[in-house]
Design a protein around this ligand. Structure first.
Ligand code: UD1
Ligand code: CA
Length: 468
């Protein structure tokens, strides 16, 4: 097997983002750019990854949390210098190939990476630069080819002649190098570096390799998107729009119906089953799995959650929870972390759930709060109920057995347990356990004062008399 690894360049500050975080932490569809690039490398079969950090490196190190190796570049002296920091890492793969990626080009994709590797190997190249034809090449390194189309060098914007500036094939910043050729080119790059004010350009490695008799070529990607980066928030918005539409179209092709894409944002890490319909204003963040034949939206937000088949979520927010098949949720429901909502459950309108398990076919239909609770199956929770789960210091648990009936405006003061088939009377404040099959009434009896209005003559009544 061919040993491959990747060095991702992520030292930059990105001044124009006006952010206190490293540039690669800027998000596209709620996913930091660095994670897009890591996913692309992994999808292209590269597991061993080293990220070169620089500006606010501690933020990036914490974010990566040991999932990738990192090296710190203390001074930003250019892309060539950044790769030099990863020399030891590259040496571990000395007989293999190294993929260099720009941490701020999130739309580089796995397919392009693996196709470029195949080309690199089949051509016996020491270096393969991934290029793309773009409408506006300004700012990018230009791919200079000979009359017979062979790669000669990469010319940076600053150094380009008027003639070279017209070249519309540009460097994406991604390369495949044989590890040996790269290390040797980096040494030459360092030796040649006499002008202290000049950056170490990784792009110069191409000319160096060619001058030593090594093979170098350009692999032209199918779309220009792979080169796109963002230097400010306006460009970041453009990347978001491109990625957003790509992902929506991918789901449509998989059988998901999105009749209107207004306000629909779906993270790249979401899976959605066929015949599910996504309606306007729906945002799906992070890692989510959504089943078949669901109706999601309008105006719903789902984050890091699993939603099974045939679920309806209308104007609902779901965070880090699971909603089982056939549940009808909403409108105006908030499902906070650690909930499991059972099959065919009915929740909402105006209901909040938190750290709650709700058994199948249970119904919590109107204006209720259920937190730190375990509710069984076939329970009916009336309008306006609450678990009183917090006493100012501790969170306590409420347990309700199967087939129970919780009357309207019941407060279940936790810790408390209501047994199977038991009833609570409307307006009850339940402070003690209710046994199975029992009825608990925990409110004062109604008092009726006959002819009270005539005796007391309340203000409202007086007003009516005056106007007569
Ligand atoms: C670079 C390429 C250019 C290519 C373009 C594609 C060079 C000299 N130029 O230019 O040919 O068309 O990318 O986007 O390589 N970085 C570090 N440390 C440094 C400098 C940069 O980690 O000292 C990182 C940056 O954070 C960034 C990446 O390397 O993620 C690219 O650097 P950047 O300064 O954006 O290079 P460009 O000028 O865009
Ligand atoms: Ca750049």
């Amino acid at each position: 097997m061919n040993s491959v690894c990747s060095v991702i360049l992520a030292g930059g500050e990105g001044t124009r983002m006006k952010s206190s975080k490293p540039k690669v932490m800027a998000q596209v569809l709620f996913k930091p750019m660095i994670n897009w690039v890591i996913s692309a490398a992994q999808g292209g079969g590269v597991e061993d990854i080293c990220v070169v950090t620089g500006y606010r490196h501690e933020i990036l190190e914490e974010h990566l949390d040991g999932k990738c190796a990192t090296v710190f570049q203390s001074q930003r002296l250019g892309t060539g210098h950044a790769v030099m920091q990863a020399k030891d890492f590259i040496k571990e793969h000395i007989d293999g190939d190294v993929l260099i990626l720009n941490g701020d080009a999130p739309l580089m994709d796995s397919e392009t990476i693996s196709n470029a590797l195949q080309f690199h190997k089949e051509s016996g190249n020491c270096a393969t630069v991934i290029s793309a034809k773009v409408a506006n090449p300004f700012g990018y390194g230009r791919i200079q080819r000979s009359d017979d189309g062979l790669l000669q060098k990469i010319v940076e914007q600053k150094e380009a002649t008027e003639e070279q500036k017209k070249i519309d094939e540009v460097n994406s910043g991604a390369f495949w190098f044989s590890a040996k050729a790269l290390l040797s080119a980096l040494d030459t790059l360092a030796e040649n570096h006499t002008d202290a004010s000049k950056e170490y350009y990784l792009t110069d490695a191409i000319e160096i390799i060619l001058s030593k008799g090594g093979k170098a070529a350009a692999f032209t990607a199918k779309t220009a998107d792979v080169v796109l980066g963002a230097n400010d928030r306006a460009q970041l918005y453009e990347l978001n729009e491109i990625a957003r539409k790509q992902i929506l179209v991918k789901h449509m092709k998989n059988g998901v119906s999105i009749p209107c894409i207004d306000g629909v944002i779906i993270s790249p890490d979401a899976e959605i089953g066929a015949d599910t319909q996504i309606l306007p204003g729906t945002i799906i963040k992070g890692n989510c799995t959504i089943g078949k034949e669901c109706e999601i939206g309008p105006n719903s937000l789902i984050e890091n959650s699993v939603v099974h088949d045939g679920v309806e979520l209308n104007s609902t927010q779901v965070y880090s929870s699971e909603v089982k098949a056939g549940a009808h949720i909403g409108p105006f429901v908030r499902i906070r972390p650690d909930c499991v909502v059972g099959e065919n459950v009915r929740v909402g309108n105006f209901v909040e759930l938190k750290n709650a398990r709700i058994g199948e076919k249970t119904s919590v239909s109107h204006l209720s709060y259920i937190g730190d609770a375990e509710f069984g199956k076939n329970i009916n929770v009336g309008c306006g109920c609450a678990t009183v789960n917090f006493n100012g210091r501790d969170k306590n648990k409420t347990i309700v057995g199967d087939n129970a009936f919780i009357g309207c405006s019941t407060y279940l003061v936790a810790p408390v347990e209501v047994g199977e088939n038991a009833f609570t009377a409307a307006g009850s404040v339940i402070t003690e356990d209710v046994p199975k099959d029992a009825l608990a009434i925990a409110r004062s009896r109604q008092v009726v004062k006959e002819d009270w209005v005539n005796k007391v003559k309340p203000y409202r009544w007086q007003k009516k008399e005056e106007t007569k």
